[in-house]
Design a protein around this ligand. Structure first.
Ligand code: 13P
Ligand code: SF4
Length: 366
């Protein structure tokens, strides 16, 4: 007879230390049937249990390569969806807390993107003139939309290569949901700012004129990350006034102005690599999520490096923070009973189209 799943509520009362010991025990018992993937923004108490850590690109490759029966994703919902899409059908992807979404991913949905595509189709031959490009921070049905319309997925690591791929096929790109990653990447490719227009999804025709649409090379969805939008150019100016020798490094989800004032711009993995490889004694101001910045500071302080968070106000990614040791333990102890909880399963028809767009991305990625 099959056991029933254990309820999550009693786990809330457990201390982090108690969870830690039981998580280690469950991992020992599950052995290589289990893999835990952890994004860099996870809190330390969870992050330490990850078998593999990485940015979105690295973690999607880990998910695709994993042989484990169970893939527990300590990250956010779209990441677990990608793990499900890229893994074998019999593997089970799980997200310890289903409330761990991504507010930026939620700024685009299929109905709004389909409406935009239809409206753009009044001005252009959409399927011949525009490549839809979705940032991996998006729901699976938007990846499927890209798969169905000759489009592709990108991450913060490969946005440049993906846009090169897109422009080698069609003259224009519809980029969603993050306007900043699209604009920062387009600018680095030499596309003038006036050829990158913002599609306001709450306005008819995105709030754009026919002439603006015809002249645009990249049509940027009006989405953003609420964490990275906290960083302001003045934060950099103030820091530089105090520490003129400091280096500035930002994630490309930060605004154009912040990225322009930064010495380096790149994914979480790139930020980690750059600071780790820097000269001892260097000082860094970092425009990305707080858990990662604090971890970098701790890891690098023995080399005399100091790593500072860009915003004066604390801004963690509250959805990443939903994954706590209590939910992780609950997930693992259910697996000990062969009772997967919080499985993320993308319907096969949608998964197949999304896989097409993800595979295109993996093929052009560095
Ligand atoms: P990375 O792929 O650079 O880790 O970024 C993911 C993300 O959500 C950043 O906000
Ligand atoms: Fe989404 Fe921003 Fe959190 Fe990244 S930091 S998961 S983009 S809300």
């Amino acid at each position: 007879m099959q056991a029933t799943a254990i309820d999550v509520s009693p786990y809330a009362a457990l201390s982090d230390q108690e969870c830690d010991a039981r998580i280690l025990e469950a991992r020992r018992t599950l052995g290589d049937r289990l893999v835990i993937l952890g994004h860099h923004y996870q809190r330390d108490e969870v992050f330490r249990h990850a078998d593999f850590s990485g940015d979105s690109l690295k973690l999607s490759r880990q998910a695709a390569a994993s042989k484990a029966d169970y893939i527990v994703f300590c990250g956010v919902h779209f990441m677990a969806e990608v793990a499900d899409i890229l893994s074998r059908p019999e593997q089970i992807a799980m997200l310890p807390d289903l409330a761990a979404g991504c507010s930026m991913a939620d700024m685009a949905n299929l109905a709004k993107v389909e409406r935009a595509w239809k409206e753009l189709g009044r001005v252009l031959e959409a399927d011949e003139e525009i490549t839809p490009v979705t940032y991996i921070n998006s729901a699976a049905d938007l990846k499927a939309f890209c798969g169905a319309h000759g489009g592709i997925v990108c991450t913060s690591t490969n946005a440049r290569q993906v846009l090169d791929w897109a422009f080698s096929r069609r003259g224009k790109v519809l980029f969603f949901p993050d306007q900043h990653l699209g604009r920062n990447t387009g600018h680095r490719m030499g596309i003038p700012l006036e050829q990158m227009v913002v599609w306001d999804f709450d306005q008819p025709m995105g709030g754009l004129s026919e002439a603006q649409i015809r002249a645009a090379r990249i049509i940027l969805w009006k989405g953003f990350c609420s964490v990275h939008q906290m960083f302001q150019p003045e934060h950099i100016d103030r820091f530089k006034a105090k520490y003129p020798e400091a280096k500035i490094i930002s994630h490309p989800e930060a605004s154009f102005e912040v990225c322009q004032k930064s010495d380096y711009v790149g994914s979480t993995e790139y930020i980690i690599r750059t600071i780790h490889q820097a000269e001892p004694g260097t000082r860094w101001l970092v425009g990305t999520e707080l858990n990662l910045v604090n971890r970098l500071h701790q890891q690098c302080s023995h080399e005399g490096k100091s790593v500072h968070f860009m915003s004066p106000t604390v801004c963690m990614c509250s959805t990443m923070f939903r994954i706590d040791p209590q939910h992780l333990l609950w997930t693992l102890e259910n697996l000990l009973l062969d009772q997967p909880v919080n499985q993320i399963k993308v319907p096969e028809k949608e998964a197949a189209l999304a896989r097409t767009a993800l595979t295109r991305m993996l093929e052009v990625s560095p």
